[in-house]
Write a protein that binds this ligand. Sequence first.
Ligand code: AMP
Length: 413
Amino acid sequence: MLKRVPGTKDILPDEVSRWQKIEETARSVFSCYNYREIRPPLIEQAALFNRSLGESTEVIQKQMFIIKKDEDELALRPEATASIVRAYIENNLDKTEGLVKYYYLGPMFRYERPQKGRLRQFHHLGCEVIGADEPASDVEVIELADHILKTLKITGYTIKLNSLGCQNDKAAFTQGLRTLLKNRESQLCADCQVRLNQNVLRILDCKNDACRAVIATIPTDHSYLCADCTAHFASVRRGLDLLSVSYTVSPHLVRGLDYYTRTVFEISHSGLGAQDALGAGGRYDTLVKDLGGPEVGAIGFAFGMERLLLVYDQTQDAQPNSLVYIISMNDAAQEWGMRLQMQLRKSGIPCDSNYQNKSLKGAMRHAAKLGARFVLLLGEDEVKKQVITVKDMNVGKQQELTEDMLAATLKTS
Ligand code: AMP
């Protein structure tokens, strides 16, 4: 038998209600902040990601799903920021809208080694604010991420915050770090020895014990930030304090993609194990220009849906089932049942029935399995008397109702 691709998941109907709950909550929070949904395509020119994420990043080097067709080299998107920036530029949104606030939901693809919390097809729930330099945008976006988690009643997370500075600061910091670590190269793991030449900032979030010991000795004073970036970072912190958003300044926090500048943040959760990031984001002030657009600042974040689901306790939001299940015991009843079912559905009452001609006992078992709230019994007697036997499955009581009383009774129960 053909099996699903490793690192992908079938999201079965039993699980979908939890997805929908998170999606609905996020949509309503995003709307309150005046963010609008954007849906870019799942495939893009591979060059879009090569140029924006950074040639030496792990995502580009190892994790892209590439599709080659004739002359084209396409990629399944590993993240949405680059696509949204492309869409912003391509659709002239900088000219027609200026500052935009968008949110998105959807699958991302990275060819990673599958493990708990790390999939090859996973889902992001995120947002982007493009055309915004002010620290107030950083504050809004971080507070928004916090608000989504609070609305979902998720606790036990930490917001880690850092500033990488502008491109000049970042370059100086990278150079300084490289010089510092060159002397200790032999103490680093094999991966970090490669990173030393290619992507030195990533050494700061290596999980290897030996590397961690080296990293612990690196100064954490943000002295690499220029005056503007120092002021920007101070404003972001002041804004978060003002709005009572709890965070920890983590001077070693970096992100896996090259385009980040200034504010970066990550939200980790103690209940997630090794892959403890629920979500992450930051500023990308040079990306819009790098991709051919105007010189405007931008910031965004993305939560991993699968990881939100791991820490989201659904029981607190269990919805009562309002399903009505119709059991028709003979042919005449069957016709009546079909008509009734259509009317109930039209009046917004979820309804299902025993199409399979099961015995009464079998049909009742099926109704119970579906968690039906009401069972409507239509047998010989009911057809003759033109009444419907309605069984309330919550209390086990039954009553006879005429057809015109039915919908109102079911709705008010
Ligand atoms: P990133 O774009 O790597 O910053 O990812 C943002 C969030 O997406 C992370 O914090 C994770 O929650 C989630 N995420 C990233 N990669 C994966 C993956 N391979 N499988 C599942 N979730 C992921």
